[in-house]
Design a protein around this ligand. Structure first.
Ligand code: AMP
Length: 203
């Protein structure tokens, strides 16, 4: 009999030690899709910096307007803005249950800031899960998504920024022993199965 994904949520005993997990991957790798599933599975807070910045823009805040200039050009938003958004979000109560960082950190200075934020709170970073997808499939996925920053020119810039600024994080986290890499080219269910195995093994 098919089991509904929600019923796979962990028991209260399994939830007793909150996890902090980073999802790393290029644009279109499926970080958001997988983070939503893992959020339900682990019942942790889901911190998508992209979503937070888009919401700030929709709300018309000065920070949101500044961020939108970078986002619409396919560029990363400056570290101080993004780190500020994360610092604020981490003070919210739901983060005590653990959190899932989706699209953060994206640069080495952001990763260093996250290390400091967690160290200040005496909490470890448990896992960094890197989603690997071939560039042709990434482009296909992004073009079918149709977001404002998903036109061909902006996509090219986002990849350039990823290779230059975000990819060094693979080495950063590999040397810290928390990095797990998966091929994320199957169906969302298949990819989530791989992620769940990693999570279950780490608990
Ligand atoms: P995402 O929804 O994660 O694909 O992010 C959309 C856009 O928001 C990115 O292309 C960046 O312009 C911006 N953004 C999101 N997270 C970050 C981050 N951690 N650092 C810098 N820019 C970010």
């Amino acid at each position: 009999m098919a089991t509904a994904p929600d019923s796979l949520a962990l028991s209260p005993r399994q939830l007793s030690s909150p996890m902090r997990i980073v999802f790393l991957g290029p644009p279109g790798a499926g970080k958001g899709t997988q983070a939503q599933r893992l959020e339900k599975y682990l019942q942790v807070a889901h911190l998508s910096t992209g979503e937070m910045l888009r919401r700030a823009h929709e709300a018309g805040t000065p920070l949101g307007q500044e961020a939108a200039c970078y986002m619409n050009a396919g560029q990363l938003v400056p570290d101080d803005i993004v780190v500020g958004v994360v610092v604020d979000r981490l003070t919210e109560k739901d983060c005590e249950r653990g959190c899932l960082f989706d699209g953060f950190p994206r640069t080495v200075p952001q990763a260093e800031a996250l290390d400091r934020l967690l160290a200040d709170r005496k909490i470890p970073l448990d896992l960094v899960i890197a989603l690997n997808v071939s560039e042709s499939l990434l482009v296909e996925r992004l073009l079918s998504r149709g977001r404002v920053d998903d036109d061909p020119e902006t996509i090219r810039e986002r990849f350039r920024q990823y290779h230059q600024l975000t990819q060094p994080l693979l080495n950063y986290y590999s040397t810290r022993g928390v990095l797990r890499q998966i091929t994320a080219e199957g169906t969302p269910d298949e990819v989530f199965g791989k992620i769940r195995s990693i999570i279950d093994a780490a608990r």
